[in-house]
Design a protein around this ligand. Structure first.
Ligand SMILES: Cc1cc2nc3c(=O)[nH]c(=O)nc-3n(C[C@H](O)[C@H](O)[C@H](O)COP(=O)(O)OP(=O)(O)OC[C@H]3O[C@@H](n4cnc5c(N)ncnc54)[C@H](O)[C@@H]3O)c2cc1C
Length: 365
């Protein structure tokens, strides 16, 4: 019998298991794949976002957890030797309208109490990033933005979870859940079954399916939003000194240039809602869009493209914010759903929120 089981070994579920194992015995993490973090957590931009890029208008809980997460990584990354690329980000304005939008972003950030940014003139921007197109007028330095090796990160978090006594089962996709008086019986695709008092559902794109094994009315509807990327190899390493952001739209942060700790550079992501798993790969249209958007501020050396890939965001219909809450039908079941971007950034703070705000009151009672 386990006390608490976390379903889903992406960065979020792994962090939650580690946080819970700090205070509780008999914590189990179950993951469907043969390795942790193989779904959203590695098919993304791998950015720990600056708080400026996560305003409260995109969701108060999302913003709060992303800001806390950003602070947590700054302390944790050096301690755990997680490879990071830490030159900061540049948010770029290419015309008068974009400069006006940049001013609005600054005003919103100040209203949200965020001060970790620096306004840069055209001259200052060009000094930092000489390869930018001449029409770039000005920008914002985001010193707390960095990219991180998310595989190394998840491994480090998993190791710490195990050191604290948690058990991790791989190749254990959950196929059915029976709700009893004192908890749950969970069935897995390897033919196994076990009992647990509490369940935390952090299964990313599969969260709605898992929740429907417990609840009659799942309180959210999942939405899959694909993001495509081109990857430049290490030979293009010195072309970009910073993470380059365009002015974001209401829907997305736009197509970015994202140098990685291993010397490669990701160009992307696009943003397209998909309805079937066979739509989850790279497309010619996606590649065209990436190039069109990136070339607005820089001409990348495409001869160094070494890889292309797509990731699928686990978003929700009719809500931008994360859905992290105790089930209204069953007190022992915790939803961690709609963890799209910036879920990597927010993961340490999501874990604390689940442990301290949602589970602590029921675990004490
Ligand atoms: C294109 C794109 C760009 C992004 N860029 C960024 C970024 O730059 N910065 C940032 O902070 N965030 C970013 N994100 C968001 C971030 O990647 C996610 O929020 C984060 O990885 C979510 O982690 P997770 O653990 O919730 O989900 P996942 O990593 O998807 O993990 C869920 C896990 O559940 C497992 N699972 C599924 N079904 C079952 C089952 N039945 N039983 C057991 N296990 C199961 C899966 O195998 C998977 O390992 C991006 C996402 C995408 C797609």
């Amino acid at each position: 019998m386990y006390r608490i089981t976390v379903i889903g070994g992406g960065i979020v579920g792994t962090y939650i298991a580690m946080e819970l194992a700090k205070q509780h015995k008999d914590v189990l993490l179950v993951e469907k794949e043969g390795e942790l973090s193989q779904v959203q957590t590695i098919h993304n931009s791998a950015l720990v976002h600056s708080p400026v890029m996560v305003p409260k208008k995109k969701g108060v809980l999302k913003a709060q957890l992303a800001w806390e997460g950003n602070r947590a990584y700054q302390e944790m990354a050096p301690k755990w030797h997680i490879p990071v690329f830490q030159n900061g980000g540049l948010l770029l304005a290419g015309n008068v309208d974009e400069e006006a939008m940049l001013e609005r972003i600054i005003a919103e950030a100040k209203a949200d109490g965020i001060t970790a940014f620096e306004r840069l003139s055209q001259k200052e921007i060009r000094k930092r990033e000489p390869g930018l197109r001449p029409h770039i007028r000005s920008g914002l330095l985001l010193p707390s933005a960095f990219s991180a090796d998310t595989t190394a990160l998840t491994k480090a978090v998993a190791k710490e979870a195990v050191n604290r006594g948690a058990e991790i089962r791989r190749r254990s996709g959950v196929t059915a859940i029976e709700t009893g008086n004192d908890g749950f019986t969970v069935y897995t695709e390897d033919g196994g079954q076990f009992q647990t008092t509490f369940l935390v559902n952090a299964a990313g794109l599969a969260s709605e399916t898992i929740a429907s094994m417990v609840e009659h009315h799942v309180p959210y509807r999942s939405r899959a939003v694909k993001g495509e990327y081109l990857v430049l190899g290490r030979h293009a390493k010195d072309w970009f000194q910073h993470i380059l952001y365009p002015i974001p739209t209401h829907e997305t942060k736009g197509v970015l240039v994202i140098p990685q700790p291993d010397g490669t550079t990701r160009l992307g992501p696009t943003s397209t809602e998909i309805h079937r798993t066979d739509q989850a790969g790279m497309t010619v249209e996606g590649e065209r869009l990436i190039k069109q958007e990136i070339e607005r501020f820089i001409q990348p050396p495409y001869e160094h493209v070494v890889n292309k890939y797509a990731g699928v965001r686990s978003s929700l219909h009719e809500q931008d914010d994360f859905y992290i809450a105790r089930s209204k039908e069953c007190d022992n079941f915790i939803h961690v759903a709609g963890i799209d971007s910036p879920g990597v950034t927010a993961a340490p703070a999501i874990a604390r929120y689940v442990s301290e705000t949602l589970l602590a009151p029921v675990l004490k009672s």
